[in-house]
Design a protein. Structure first.
Length: 341
């Protein structure tokens, strides 16, 4: 049961505060790959809330017993009970089985304004029913999502850790892999050859709120991080950086510090390029469904007027971007949101 304290008004205020905090940490544009984000995005775009531009996926798409099946034990399958799950009613995710349902779920997300589609292609660490190693969705089901997205001029990105899940997604035409900490060298080489993006993160090892089951599921993923980044870099995979703080909102304040976790494998220049220019290239993959016109990740005439002024030289000391207090100016769309002297 949902907490009675989590009223829509309180949730909305918390979301707005987190959006403002994200912008004030220097993130002027973000890709949200799953969840009820459209209302917040509209508020930001209308100027009612200060926050970053959002490239939304909207509800994730998951098979039954997949990573996006967040039903509680008392919730039966919609197919037989006729009742949508709480998560579906919230717009957090759709449970879709078979080509027809996947097509419908993809088109529904696009109807609401998804700039790209998020499909669960493998097991996860924060879901109850699926082991990390399982592969999710048949090739035909996965291709249904890709076909529907491509018809709208955009792409599918998938949650997946294992090589088996990623190879199936690539065969279906997916353009981006989220996470990937368990990938082998041959699969990463295939991604490099096909120009498939890898959007990965350095996950938090554990928090006090994590259940023993979740901690155990995360172990191989955490262990895979130190192997994934240098191997993907060496093989020339297109790399993007992000955070994955699902169910740990208290970690949002540490977004900048998590950038510095790339230091063992990348130079300061490589890190800065990844979190600005390269991430912007991934956002541009939404093509015709991009919600914003203009170029990001560059400083040039005609580009979107986003700028961070750092007290110091981050090329010499990338640690400076790990603390947003070092940003003397934060500008988005030509509007200054922070200016200190």
């Amino acid at each position: 049961m949902a907490s009675p304290d989590l009223t829509p008004e309180k949730v909305g205020k918390a979301a707005a505060a987190n959006a403002t905090g994200t912008l004030m940490r220097g993130f002027t544009s973000v890709r949200d790959v799953g969840g009820p984000i459209f209302e917040l995005k509209q508020a930001i775009d209308a100027g009612r809330v200060s926050g970053p531009r959002i490239w939304p996926s909207g509800p994730t798409i998951s098979q039954t017993a997949g990573h996006g099946d967040y039903r509680t034990p008392d919730e039966g399958p919609r197919r037989w009970t006729g009742k949508a799950s709480r998560a579906e009613l919230m717009g957090a995710g759709y449970i879709a089985d078979g080509r027809d349902e996947v097509l419908a779920a993809t088109r529904e997300a696009l109807r609401f304004g998804a700039s790209q589609i998020k499909v669960m292609a493998g097991g996860g660490t924060s879901s109850d029913y699926d082991p990390v190693d399982v592969t999710q969705y048949t090739l035909d089901e996965m291709k249904a999502a890709v076909d529907a997205a491509e018809d709208w001029g955009t792409y599918v990105t998938v949650h997946a850790y294992t090589s088996r899940a990623v190879r199936r997604a690539i065969e279906a035409g997916v353009k981006c892999i989220e996470h990937g900490q368990l990938l082998d060298e041959d699969t990463l080489r295939l991604m490099a050859e096909r120009g498939i993006w890898l959007s990965s993160q350095n996950l938090v090892e554990s928090t006090d709120a994590m259940s023993p089951q979740r901690r155990e599921k995360r172990k191989p993923v955490i262990e895979g991080q130190a192997r994934l980044w240098p191997m993907a870099k060496r093989l020339g995979v297109k790399l993007a950086w992000g955070t994955d703080f699902l169910f740990e909102p208290e970690l949002n304040a540490q977004q900048n510090a998590y950038i510095l976790r790339l230091k063992p494998w990348f130079t300061s220049a490589e890190i800065l390029k990844m979190v600005t220019h390269d991430n912007a290239e991934l956002l541009a993959l939404s093509g015709l469904r991009s919600p914003y016109q203009g170029k990001l990740g560059v400083v040039q005439e005609g580009a979107l007027a986003d700028l961070l002024l750092v007290n110091g030289n981050p090329l010499a000391n990338v640690d400076l971007v790990g603390n947003p207090a070092n940003f003397s100016v934060i500008m988005k769309d030509g509007k200054v949101f922070k200016e200190t002297t």
